[in-house]
Design a protein. Sequence first.
Length: 143
Amino acid sequence: MNSESDHPLVLLLVCNKETREYLSDLLRRNSYSPQAFSVPADLLNHLRAGTDAIVFVDGQAVSNCGAGIFSKIRESCSGCKVIFLCDRAHRELIKEAMGLGAYGCVLEPYEEWEVLTMVRHVLSDLKPKRRRSSKKTRRPAEG
């Protein structure tokens, strides 16, 4: 199991109970330690400025508290990457979510490979120094 220092926080603001349980289980099985919230205020209180975090937000949460939740998350945690979980009932929110700073969107039925691919993309974006330093380690050609 990876330590917390190996990965940023993985947080779920998911009002749909079945989706919240499914994602929590999926992420735990893949060595992440998600923390789930169904109340936006609880999530916002948990976020810390300067912390890298991956935050999954479902369409029901956006419908309940408005699209401003994306801005509130960014204000609370500038290093957060927000992934919008969109079911069929909330597809009209995709454009607005992306315009308000969502990193990406995963469409229902939230296939395991799609969720994990999105997490891997976020992790690679959060650690650009590691990628750059590996390019610098090339040895000069001996002649």
